[in-house]
Design a protein around this ligand. Structure first.
Ligand code: KIV
Length: 279
């Protein structure tokens, strides 16, 4: 997948919808890539999905670089988008470019940042620095507090129009794709129809140019509540819990390790063993 190819991927022009999942480490990224997923996102959702934080706000650029490097090692040629975490682009254009450059040097093909028209200038500056950008509007987890929590966005005419304007501003700023999160399906369709760049939805209905899910959600590894838009394609939580419980039980009842897990003892080591007079 290349940026020019992605930029022109529109379902209305006959394209097959894009598939994108998050990845935070080498083996998971490799599995997703082997399964034919088009794009990987090293998302700041790493904070909630695997680092144990209760929001994405504490995630730092250093954490992102650590997980990005691991992901890149697992998929040397996949198209990787990496999130600019909260605090790495808010304070100004220069900081935004520096953070984006760090992610590209760290192995990303493109960066993603959250926000609408207000950050269009920053998107343009990063694009002008030669770095491909993906926008992200609707429910933007880094600023969920200001949006009144993790809730449906664009529910009334004013906020829906605002999101349409945001989407247009991000396209005009030079983003090559945009993620739209948790909006009514009609709004997902209207934004998709209005833009020439692909719209990748997460809880934005069936009419976008692609879909993205957090991998731990789709694999059933997320503990507790998952959002309405998540389809669970596997139940890794119970598979792993059963595996851990079976290991513990086998160790306790001494059925693990079995002979096939042992390394042979070289004859000369037998001299170390005490002689059993009854043998
Ligand atoms: O960080 C992330 O996983 C994301 C997706 C929810 C789009 O931004």
């Amino acid at each position: 997948m290349t940026v020019p190819l992605l930029r022109s991927t529109k379902v209305r022009n006959g394209a097959v919808p894009l598939t994108m999942v998050t990845a935070y480490d080498a083996p998971t990224a490799a599995l997703a890539d082997r399964a034919g997923i088009d794009l990987l996102l090293v998302g700041d959702s790493v904070g909630t999905a695997v680092l144990g934080f209760d929001s994405t706000v504490p995630v730092t650029l250093e954490m992102m670089l650590h997980h990005l490097a691991a992901t890149r090692r697992g998929v040397p040629t996949a198209h990787i988008v990496a999130d600019l975490p909260f605090g790495s682009y808010q304070s100004g254009t220069e900081r935004a470019i520096e953070s984006a450059v760090a992610l590209i040097k760290g192995g990303a093909d493109a960066v993603k940042l959250e926000g609408g028209g207000m950050i269009a200038g920053r998107i343009q500056a990063i694009v002008d620095a030669g770095i491909p950008v993906v926008g992200h509007i609707g429910l933007t987890p880094q600023t969920a507090g200001a949006l009144g929590g993790y809730r449906l966005q664009g529910r009334d005419l004013d906020s829906a129009r605002h999101l349409l304007d945001d989407a247009a501003a991000i396209e005009a700023a030079g983003a090559y794709a945009i993620i739209v999160e948790v909006v009514p399906s009609l709004l997902g369709k209207l934004i998709t129809d209005a833009l020439t760049i692909p719209v990748i939805g997460i809880g934005a209905g069936p009419d976008t140019d692609g879909q993205i899910l957090v991998w731990t959600d789709l694999a059933g590894l997320t503990q507790g509540h998952t959002a309405r838009f998540v389809r669970k394609y596997a139940d890794l939580s119970s598979i792993l819990e059963d595996a851990f419980a079976d290991f513990a039980s086998d160790v306790r009842n001494r059925t693990y390790p079995a002979p096939e897990h042992e390394y042979p003892t070289p004859d000369e080591l037998l001299a170390l063993a005490p002689i059993d007079p009854d043998a």
